[in-house]
Design a protein around this ligand. Structure first.
Ligand code: IPM
Ligand code: MG
Length: 372
């Protein structure tokens, strides 16, 4: 990364991806110009649109562009149009291929119920209960990347998916989770199914071994079935939830519901290469082209990027505060509408966030403020 210059590979993808990425890039542009950064945004085809354009979900040009970038900003991939494609030619295969090629093994999913949205949490919460934890999902191993086979036909058909983990793969994600816990409340809950699965037994042994050398962190273990229940019963018990790839995929959708809408949740995937940020909501085919998508997840991705990749916490805070103010002002996209709020389109929601953020920036530099 050259100082003062960021190159971001932008992969809008399918469905509502382009709508929410448009909102995110506008926010990113403002932050870059406020902090004197030259921003180079380069868009590449990815997912279903890439299948349509170039015959594969992750074209060479896209992968090369991502590998050379300082970070990747991704929308979502997939949709009914490509559902009948074989597994290795689906848009999702492009996503898995990108994560793997960039070595993005650590996926951070912050689950936070923002104060203005408390009434939208499906749980009956005590007034002092906070939902604020982080799911650390291993992202490039497990059953997602083992052989997927099927043989035979009709009632004789059989299919199998291979789940496998090596000790080093579990070690690196565990270390990552411990490092996250050190900037939080120093508690890690590791999720597995060690009463049934060999991969989970290795997982638990490995986490236990590393925990023995990390006395500053309180580590405990839960079975995944119990974890899914505890997320609903007592979400405030969690600080960092460490999971394998498949368990993290499932538990993060469940946890996202507690934040009022899956549309609110960003994610950040770190590892060997440039990090990827992507909202976790998917392509939402039923919302496409109607300006109904909630851009918050994508906008909060920019905040994650600025905080974690570019060390600009001041800009990240400005984004988060602006989102909270828009929500507190009762302006909502349809997925987070509630009694007494005003439902607006995704584009206007993003413009409201942007206006408040610009306001914050003007206050930061009074000498640049326009005379009233
Ligand atoms: C996610 C998504 C992806 C996953 C799909 C689209 C392949 O559900 O990022 O959570 O399963 O990882
Ligand atoms: Mg998912």
């Amino acid at each position: 990364m050259s100082p003062g210059q960021w190159t971001i590979a932008v992969l809008p993808g399918d469905g509502i991806g382009p709508e929410v990425i448009r909102a995110a890039t506008a926010i990113l542009q403002d932050c870059a110009s406020e902090f004197g950064i030259h921003l180079n945004l380069i868009e590449y085809p990815f997912g279903g649109v890439a299948i349509d354009e170039c015959g594969k979900p992750l074209p060479r040009e896209t992968l090369d562009g991502c590998s050379k970038a300082d970070a990747v900003l991704l929308g979502a991939v997939g949709g009914p149009k490509w559902d009948s494609q074989p597994l290795n030619r689906r848009p999702e295969a492009g996503l898995l291929g990108l994560r793997q090629a960039l070595g993005a093994y650590a996926n951070v999913r912050p689950i936070r119920l923002r104060t203005p949205l408390r009434a939208l949490c499906p749980l009956r919460l005590n007034p002092d209960t906070k939902i604020d934890f982080e799911i650390i999902r291993e992202l490039v191993g497990d059953i997602y990347f083992g052989a997927h086979t099927s043989e035979g036909e009709g009632t004789n058909e059989r299919a199998s998916d291979l789940a496998s983990y090596s000790a080093p793969e579990i070690e690196r994600i565990t270390r990552f989770a411990f490092a996250r816990a050190r900037i939080r409340a120093r508690r890690v809950t590791s999720v597995d199914k060690a009463n049934v699965l060999a991969t989970s037994r290795l997982w638990r042994r490995t986490v236990t071994r590393l925990a023995a050398g990390a006395s500053d962190i309180a580590v405990d273990h839960v079975y995944v079935d119990n974890a899914s229940m505890q997320i609903i019963l007592r979400p405030d018990q969690f600080d960092v939830l460490l999971t394998s790839n498949l368990f993290g995929d499932i538990l993060s959708d469940e946890a996202a519901a507690l934040a009022g809408s899956i549309g609110m949740i960003p994610s950040w995937s770190a590892g060997d290469g440039p990090p990827i940020v992507e909202p976790i909501h998917g392509t939402a085919p039923q919302l496409v082209g109607q300006d109904m998508a909630n851009p918050s997840g994508a906008i909060l991705c920019v905040s994650l990027l600025l905080r974690e990749r570019f060390q600009l916490p001041e800009a990240a805070d400005a984004i988060e505060r602006s989102v909270d103010t828009v929500l507190a002002d009762g302006l909502r996209t349809v997925d987070i509408a509630e009694h007494g709020s005003r439902t607006i389109g995704g584009a206007q929601f993003a413009a409201e966030v942007q206006a408040r953020m610009r306001q914050t920036f003007r206050q930061r530099r009074p000498e640049r403020a326009q005379p009233a």
